[in-house]
Design a protein around this ligand. Structure first.
Ligand code: NAD
Length: 324
């Protein structure tokens, strides 16, 4: 991982826990494999504890690590980290994506609450000198609204759970989920077109995959009712940015976007100045004190691995085609 990460990620308590179960070679923490000291560590390493900034684990590295049994990644996706060879050698892989889901869910629930109440528009109006308190007949509020969740991913499932006791109707679109599973998640399973046509708020939680590229294109954005809200904490590639810009510019749709395509948007991009759009710089995932949650998850995985228990964040090769 990048050498400056461990104080946020692990801190003294988690490092002490690691020290009780393993011989931890952490001084210095390595962000590259091309120095002899880092390479020497590989000869008897049984676990690699990786995090943001970790160099790719490729065949050359694996050849130098004959004892390696597990890669425990204290971050989300492992897709960019692992060469195909890791899977062929039967090395166990774990990711802390479940822990990284927590702040994204918190962000999403906050975004739904504020967007439904038109907080972003009204705050903007207030800043511009227009004080608009409650008015009769306004299209605002979260009572009885329909929220469409795209993707029963780790994050999507937790969002559904967090909304379960609200006065909201929940829809779910996910080709990998059946009606029964959707029902246990508190949602009605629908196809993506129906979800767009029936939701007041559409929130995206599917991974970036070839099948999800521009999932919300101009046509589907057009199915969302006038006054509807699009929330994207997933990946920018899931939305046709030009089409969304048109729908937001005309005032038909509001949006909360933590991710965009391209990312970041150019400074002159119209989405950045619209009163009905809130843009944040890809911060829904773990940051600040939330990073320690990833470390705690990874340390617990190391403990489980060393005591022969199943890994809770286990990632398998066959999952890759449908996960983040
Ligand atoms: N903004 C941030 O900081 C941040 C942080 C973490 C994750 N993310 C993003 O959030 C999204 C969800 O992450 P996760 O870890 O919960 O994902 P995940 O890996 O748990 O998602 C996998 C699941 O997505 C569903 N899915 C797959 N293809 C789908 C499709 N075509 N339509 C609908 N659903 C589909 C399936 O149920 C699959 O099992 C990803 O796009 C991820 O990159 C963003």
């Amino acid at each position: 991982m990048r050498p400056t990460l461990p104080p946020d990620l692990l801190g003294p308590e988690l490092l002490a826990r690691l020290d009780t179960v393993a011989d931890v070679r952490r001084d210095p923490v390595h962000g590259r494999w091309d120095d002899p000291q880092a390479r020497a560590l590989l000869a008897d390493a049984t676990i690699l504890l990786t995090g943001w900034g970790a160099p790719r684990i490729d065949t050359d590295l694996l050849d130098r690590a004959p004892m390696l049994g597990a890669v425990i990644h204290a971050a989300g996706s492992v897709k960019g980290l692992l060469a195909e060879e890791v899977w062929h050698r039967g090395i166990a892989v774990s990711s802390a994506a479940q822990a990284n889901a927590v702040p994204v869910v918190e962000y999403t629930v906050a975004a739904i609450t504020f967007a439904g109440k038109r907080v972003f528009r009204l705050a903007h109006d207030y800043r511009d000198g227009r004080w608009l308190g409650p008015r009769d007949g306004e299209d605002a509020g979260n009572n009885g609204i329909t929220v469409g969740v795209v993707g029963a991913s780790r994050i999507g499932r937790l969002v559904l759970a967090a909304l379960a006791d609200r006065d909201m109707r929940l829809l779910l679109a996910d080709p990998y989920v059946d009606e029964e599973t959707a029902a246990t998640l508190g949602a009605r399973l629908v196809d993506i077109d129906t979800l767009c046509a029936s939701s007041d708020i559409v929130t995206l939680h599917a991974p970036a995959l070839p099948q999800t590229r521009r999932l919300l294109d101009d046509r589907r954005l057009g199915l969302i009712r006038s006054g509807g809200v699009v929330i994207n904490t997933a990946r920018g590639s899931l939305i046709d940015t030009d089409a969304l810009t048109r729908h937001c510019r005309s005032g038909r749709l509001d949006a909360v976007l933590d991710v965009t395509d391209p990312e970041p948007l150019p400074a002159s991009h119209p989405l950045l100045s619209l009163p009905n759009v809130l843009l944040t710089p890809h911060i829904a995932g773990s940051r600040g004190n939330e990073v320690r949650r990833l470390g705690a998850y990874a340390v617990a995985e190391v403990e489980r691995y060393l005591t022969g228990q199943p890994l809770q964040g286990a990632v398998s090769h066959q999952d890759l085609a449908r996960i983040a």
